[in-house]
Design a protein around this ligand. Sequence first.
Ligand SMILES: Nc1ncnc2c1ncn2[C@@H]1O[C@H](COP(=O)(O)OP(=O)(O)OP(=O)(O)O)[C@@H](O)[C@H]1O
Length: 325
Amino acid sequence: MNGLQLTGISRSFGDRRVLHDVDLTVHRGEIVGFIGGNGAGKTTTMRVILGLLTPDRGEVTWEGLPIRAQDRRRIGYMPEERGLYPQMPVRDQIIHFALLEGHHTEAAREVADKLIVSLGLQAREQALVQDLSLGNQQRVQLAVALVGNPALLVLDEPFSGLDPIAVETMSRLIREQADRGVGVLFSSHQLELVERLCDKVCVLDRGRVTASGSVVELQDDGKSRWRLGFSRTADSFAAEVSMARGVNVEFSASDRTTVLVSVDGSGRDVPGEILAAAQRHGGLKSIASAQRSLADLLAGKFISSSDPGTSPGAERSLDKVGVSQ
Ligand SMILES: Nc1ncnc2c1ncn2[C@@H]1O[C@H](COP(=O)(O)OP(=O)(O)OP(=O)(O)O)[C@@H](O)[C@H]1O
């Protein structure tokens, strides 16, 4: 087993248990998205990984052995409450954290200069952190997490408050780290982003892992789905196909011209009898394969991959879909 493994982690504050038997794995080179509503226990789990909190039960291992202090020194952490000095220039700040990591002065400068180039901060290296845009502040925060050449990155909401361009930059930087073999665990409420960026997802709901695996695995519930759009109401088509065995039909809430048809079995082609029924009904405008987005999976709904009008926005959060309060 390479990388990080949490097995059966439980933790209470007073008599309130906030983590219940949490299992979580982050292999080297893998990006794992950690999702769950406010107070689900993501930060607490991260603090356990970092050794800032001791679990009441369970085990944290690194490369198959109980994690040691020296292993934890190879973890780069971006805390939710950012730990930068607002009135220190960017380069000095990164040098400062590199010195704290144990680099001598010259090496700390070299590390800082390399990170400034790789994170695209050259133009702002003399600026005070407080004068930077939020996106650039997050880049500096990531630089600080990277000064110790980590084998694992633990990033608590690295995307929060970023505009779309800064989100793209941060995503690219995270992907680059993973491509170098660094394992990445990051928490986020932005489900579409998690879906796009992550190799694996772990869903925490009130301290319990309720789902984990690759996005494809989570989306696959053993059914194939298509969204059929008609130029007129599709009630009679829906009534006809819903009589067939193993076929399920749903209308979107506001529109009787678009129908979501699902059949048992993953990865299937559209069954001939459904096409034939659509042709008999007439006015078929579109057929698109539909899949569950993470947001819809958590809310028990579905979207069409080719129907952006029904997709949830990038900012759609677990809170808004009512999960894990
Ligand atoms: N030091 C503490 N003492 C008491 N309760 C705590 C402490 N730290 C966290 N908690 C509680 O543990 C629960 C989990 O909090 P945690 O910060 O881990 O959630 P989270 O998933 O990171 O939430 P968010 O998405 O809002 O950051 C919350 O109810 C929180 O109030």
